[in-house]
Design a protein around this ligand. Structure first.
Ligand SMILES: Nc1ncnc2c1ncn2[C@@H]1O[C@H](COP(=O)(O)OP(=O)(O)OP(=O)(O)O)[C@@H](O)[C@H]1O
Length: 624
């Protein structure tokens, strides 16, 4: 008896989206199912390395696609690992992947047509069957197992599992195709997926590099006796051919095949290493970020082949975390075919390959920056924030990575550190930066006023990772990084204008404000960095900035209460006015000090400590 079961709720939502969306590229379901079939054969082969009893099954992997026009079905069949009952429930009945919620939201928001891209990026492979089918049947037998199973669903939120009739190990996915007239005018499923020629074209286009043969059969077509079976795909390992013989289209097709991306890559790296370690690499820099770039369990790394034999996907040991945007293939001549993930981590050769790849990738980026600035800017916008992690984690290449960084500055266009140094005014011997959470706030920060006046540029660091690497690196070339928000800034030329024994000092305002604020601030001082603004906060000593504080808090770490120094501008009209007031009998130091503190917070792009109190204060003071 077939047992009826419910999809997990997220899986249900994804399915619903699949069924009700409009696709610019409905073809992707073919690619996704072939990719699953190929993965299943890979898995069996890898499993057989540690389970010799499976070795017999793991030979002669193949994928068969069968068209049955009369029945209106398309079947994608493999002789891979297969699934048992538990596998069917956990793999096809649920989606256990972080980011599913975000994916669902993005799908719901996407305008018509953008959806295929999202599906490709997220990789909801199997469910894409429902783009073209209104019922899907899976017949499967796990390699080494004895019971076969039949899984079936119409995508309505439930599925059934029953005993199956498959004789050999592997899986067959049968799509009962939607009828065109049922799919409505909006749907783009006008193509006849049961046409041999259509399918042949799709397979060539998207799955030509699959390493197992894909055979296509139309059950209605009689086979001639002497007809030899010919796979549709070429299975050629592109990276083994000389670069000059490979066309741009072939490279791009290959990239799309391994990355599931829909667009062409931004740049490719073809590399043949000889000498102590012999390997070939074909790597790509995508033109846009994958969804999982910042997920903890995101799929990073390259495909590892050893002497043309596929070993594993997402091999993280060959590419450092901070280059996780790189997609591609590495094919080693030297590693052992039985290598496991654990062995790779300790292997000396793996470390060598990794080091050469890092060098090669950095070289390529340097070249891009010099020769194709537009492309490089696009790269930087997309992946710069990831690459910067390398300044923290990769000491050996730190300087090299820093040279690749592009920074916004207080005035003018983005700059590299080298250009920053070249353009420093005479007398400047430090690299000034201001870290914060938004570029707009940074650009308008009162802390920059004195710098602007002296023609000194300040790097504006708006990414959370910035403050961390700045604290790690501390220097570039021989120049120290110094925060423009630091308390005792010694700006060059030592031409600190002779501080007039100002009205402010005489009024005793500083002390009054300080007394009123008490422990809320570390100190109140007369500023020599402010030019126009009335007030700002600066950091005492090696204090951490408000942004870092928020970051640490969000990671659940304890951070000491912050102590900020409030600086007031003696030349500012408001401050002068408050100073006058402060000499009066009824001066309300409490109100004025809190008002100034609120203004300083706003200038930093931070919320005022007590919004209600601040609003009341402003209203009250305005009334006066
Ligand atoms: N032909 C198949 N043979 C064996 N297992 C399969 C097959 N197709 C799917 N599965 C199982 O179902 C799981 C879910 O498949 P699905 O295509 O939704 O995602 P995925 O393959 O894990 O991810 P991606 O599509 O991004 O590679 C797979 O991980 C695999 O375990």
């Amino acid at each position: 008896m077939a047992e009826k079961m419910e999809f997990q709720s997220e899986a249900k939502q994804v399915l619903e989206l699949m069924i009700n969306s409009v696709y610019s590229n409905p073809d992707i379901f073919v690619r996704e199912l072939i990719s699953n079939a190929s993965d299943a054969i890979d898995k069996l082969r890898i499993e057989s390395l540690s389970h010799p009893e499976l070795a017999e099954y793991a030979k002669n992997g193949r994928i068969d696609i069968t068209i049955d026009k009369k029945a209106g079905t398309l079947t994608i069949s493999d002789n891979g690992i297969g699934m048992d009952r538990d596998d069917l429930v956990s793999y096809l009945g649920t989606i256990a992947r972080s980011g599913t919620g975000e994916f669902i939201r993005a799908m719901q928001e996407a305008k018509n047509g953008a959806n295929s891209d999202l599906i490709g990026q997220f990789g909801v492979g199997f469910y894409s069957s429902f783009i073209a089918a209104d019922r899907v049947t899976v017949e499967t037998l796990k390699a080494g197992g004895s019971e076969s199973w039949k899984w079936e669903s119409t995508g309505d939120g439930t599925y059934t599992i029953d005993g199956g009739s498959r004789a050999g190990h592997g899986s067959s996915i049968t799509l009962h195709m939607k009828k065109e007239e049922q799919s409505g005018d909006d749907h783009d499923i006008t193509k006849d997926y049961l046409s041999e020629w259509t399918l042949r074209g799709i397979i060539k286009e998207y799955s030509d590099f699959v390493t197992y043969p894909i055979y296509l059969t139309d059950v209605e077509k009689e086979k001639k006796e002497d007809e030899k079976e010919e796979p549709v795909n070429s299975m050629k390992a592109l990276w083994t051919r000389p670069q000059k013989d490979i066309s741009d289209d072939e490279f791009n097709d290959f990239y799309r095949h391994i990355s599931h991306d829909w667009e062409n890559p931004l740049e490719r790296i073809y590399y043949k290493a000889e000498g102590t370690s012999e390997f070939r690499a074909l790597l790509f820099i995508p033109s846009r970020p994958p969804m999982d770039l910042f997920y903890q369990d995101g799929k990073h790394g390259v495909q590892l082949y050893i002497r043309r034999v596929f070993i594993m996907n997402d091999c993280k040991d060959l590419i450092p975390e901070y280059m996780r945007f790189i997609k591609g293939v590495v094919d080693s001549e030297d590693l052992s075919l039985n290598v496991s993930r654990e062995m790779l981590q300790q292997d000396r050769q793996t470390a060598q390959i990794k080091n050469s790849l890092v060098k090669k990738i950095l070289d390529t980026l340097h070249k891009m920056r010099k020769d194709q600035p537009d492309s490089y800017n696009k790269f930087w916008q997309t992946f710069g924030v990831v690459l910067k992690e390398g300044i923290i984690s990769d000491l050996r290449h730190r300087e090299d990575i820093m040279k690749l960084c592009l920074f916004d500055v207080s005035e003018g266009d983005k700059t590299t550190l080298e250009d920053y140094l070249i353009n420093m005014p005479a007398g400047q011997d430090k690299i000034y930066y201001l870290a914060g959470s938004s570029l707009k706030n940074l650009k308008n920060s009162p802390k920059l006023e004195a710098f602007k006046k002296k023609g000194i540029k300040v790097l504006l660091l708006g990414d959370p990772v910035d403050e961390i690497w700045v604290n790690h690196a501390r220097k570039f070339d021989k120049y120290d990084f110094v925060s423009a928000a630091a308390e005792n800034l010694m700006l060059p030329e030592g031409e600190k204008e002779e501080k007039k024994d100002s009205e402010i000092e005489k009024s005793g305002l500083v002390k009054k404000l300080k007394d009123a604020l008490g422990s809320l601030v570390e100190d109140v001082k007369v500023s020599d960095r402010l030019v126009d603004s009335p007030v700002c906060f600066v950091q005492k000593g090696e204090e951490i900035s408000p942004q870092m504080r928020n970051l640490f808090r969000s990671m659940g770490q304890e951070v000491p209460e912050e102590k900020r120094v409030m600086e007031i501008n003696p030349d500012n009209a408001l401050i002068k006015k408050i100073a006058d007031e402060s000499e009066k009998e009824n001066f309300n130091a409490e109100d004025w000090s809190h008002l100034l503190m609120g203004l300083a917070s706003i200038a930093d792009g931070e919320p005022v400590p007590d919004g209600q109190q601040f609003t009341n204060l402003v209203s009250k003071l305005l009334e006066k």
